[in-house]
Design a protein around this ligand. Sequence first.
Ligand code: MN
Length: 845
Amino acid sequence: MRKIWKNKEPDVNLSQKLASELGIPLLVAQLLVNRRITDVETAEEFLHPKLSNLHPPSEMKGMSDAADRIKRAVSSGEKITIYGDYDVDGITAVSMLMPCLKRLGAEVDYYIPNRLDEGYGLSQDGVAELKNNGCKLMITVDCGINATEAVQAANDAGIDVIITDHHEPGEKLPPALVTLDPKLADCGYPFGNLAGVGVAFKLAQALMGDEEFLWNQLDLVALGTIADVVPLVGENRIIAKYGLAVLNKMERAGIRALCEVSNVKAGGVSGGTVGFRLGPRINAAGRIDTAHSAVRLLTTDSYEEALEIAQKLDAVNKERQDIEKEILIAARRQVQKFDLSQEKGLVLADEGWHPGVVGIVASRIQEQYYRPTIIICLEGDQGRGSARSIPEFDIFAGLKKCSHLLEKFGGHKAAAGLSIAKQNVGKFRKEFSRVVAETLKPDDLKPKVLIDIDAAMSGLTMEVVEQLTLLEPHGLGNPRPMLSLKKLALRGVPRIVGKTGAHLQMTVSDGQNSLKGIAFYKSEMERELYDEDVILDLACRPFVNLWNDRRSVELRVEEMVVHHHDAPDVMAASAEIMALSQIKIVDRRNIPDKRRHLRNILAQGEKLLLYVRDDAAVDQLQQIVSKHAARTKLGLCYHETPAGERDQMKEGLIEGELDAIVSCVPFDMPLPGLGHLVFCHPVSTREHFARCCAPAVEAEKPVRIHLIFNNKDVELLTATLNQQYPDRKTLANIYRKTKELFDGKGGSPVLLEEIAAAMSMDGNKEAIISNGIAVFEEISLIERQEMDGKSAVSLPTAPQEKRDLKESQRYADGDRIKSEWGKFSTFILRKTAADIRKMLLETIP
Ligand SMILES: [Mn+2]
């Protein structure tokens, strides 16, 4: 789906002021302004986060009461239980807070509900279990703010409750002893976006002060904060920044083990690593298995134990990914049956879908189709669903409008959960889609790329790009900067890279500067870049690449728009030159995967002419084509293919009975309607090359001439020519040996295979000897004959006058061709596409 590019257009005056006051590049200042950071002090704090800028925990209402109660429990030896949730936020909160309390001398354990048996959050069942274990004080983390009944049950069981949570409170608060939640209206805390682990950390801070021990727990706080996708601004930014530094030290056994199984190197932990690699593996524990192993992982001192758990989590995560993939495929299949012009909101439902992964699947479907998406797992006559929305649609409000069809629902603008009776799913699908359609404008359903700044390539110096790292870590509320660079040209040949050939590497230029770019998962766009004179607009993120100790600015290309100029060259004078100027050279010399490029060309379904090196290569290519594009109808043209058959092939291609011709000789007759002309291998001379290109010149529309040979093909052609045209020394040896054998047999014919057996030389011996004898035949030194169906030769009995090899046309041709190839091989491999096109212009008659 083509995305809409949305520019933020930062306030230039404000940016300039900020840039000069802070002494930072304008680009960085513009990015700050885009992130609503407009004054010097806030900008300083943002660019250089400091632990000392963390807010005092005492500013949170209830903090000192909570700390007092916990200290009392410690001194009187009351049992404390930390009650957490089974996601990364909850697990890290438990794993962070427990050792802090232990260090204070508390008798403490924890409880995390089982996702599948008990479900989310604080429950009465959980409280009952705590009571049995002798708990006197319960501290919730990342949950509890709406668990009125469970808290009441705890109170009834003689358990005091301290709620620490970051979720939105309901109208009535649970009857806890103390409730810590920055979302409380009267909380008084200056920062409202802490994660659950962040609130728990404030409590730990209140209990412990500014201790080294506490700062070392920031790895877990950052882990939970980033994984919970809270905005990475304010206090969260300080936590993320310092926490990532602790994570990268990898002193915690569990983190080291987790990074080991996730293939993350020391120093390589970024926000993205946490979100996409570490987080999901920790989450896997709660989703499918139990969360306890994850707590154990993050709290053990034994690397061996940690590694064992990490490997288990990794396996569970893979299992989860497999389940997810399966459901995703099934969900996509459902979407494909919809008429998307009608279905503006997607409601997908089926039996047997795993409730633990439908949220992720909903996100993926939402991203792919850019529509609010709800995935429902049906079980019996009930359904449980996960909803994910696009920024343009408030899905919680949308569900509200359909609430008469739902049993339960909850959530916020971007994501929600629901339960529904199976019989209502059909009605709900119609209703929800109608609500979405009523709310949204057509453009709302097109995906957007948010561009920070339309930049100039000249502005992306090493110094500026280096300073962009000051804006890290990125996440919600502080996205990685996205720039647009427009009207760029391609330099050289884009390359398909990566193990599976999924990515595209290219160099782009604004005419003066050029930068290398990598476009992940965009290799299919390669065919749009066939013309070397396309114009590109990029949405990209610049970064400093370190390779072999050399640093360079490069671009990570996220989106690419390709403009073609189709206007004919006005400089061209005659119609003939016009036709020539329309030849497009698609320069893919030394492309790593030739076959893939061939497949791309075949897939376009245009008429093709493919040139290969020799008869054997014609057959090889036929096999490749029939394997990858079985329906392609091929005409095969060999050295000895008679002219009549060639004419038939030509007619066949024009009439559409053939799709392509594979030839090892110049096919120099007009081929109207030809789309592509492909040199799989180089040819030996300039004149030969020009003859091969003749069908392109006479075509009705521009023909693309693809050069897809490589260094090795050039070497092979050298070897082929040496075989086809043996040199003087080789010829002398062949003659001498033949005469020797002939004399030895008393003048009876000698078989070619006898000569071959008697000689040693490199390459295809039989072919070289046969070609050598063809030269001697031309100058009547040797006569060829058939003997029992085999090739044999004899020498004339009459004495011979001395003959010069140059009298043989074949020898003279070979001499000339090899000498021309010596020069032309360098030309065809090294010169630019423009030079090659120019040469064609000059050479084609
Ligand atoms: Mn949370």
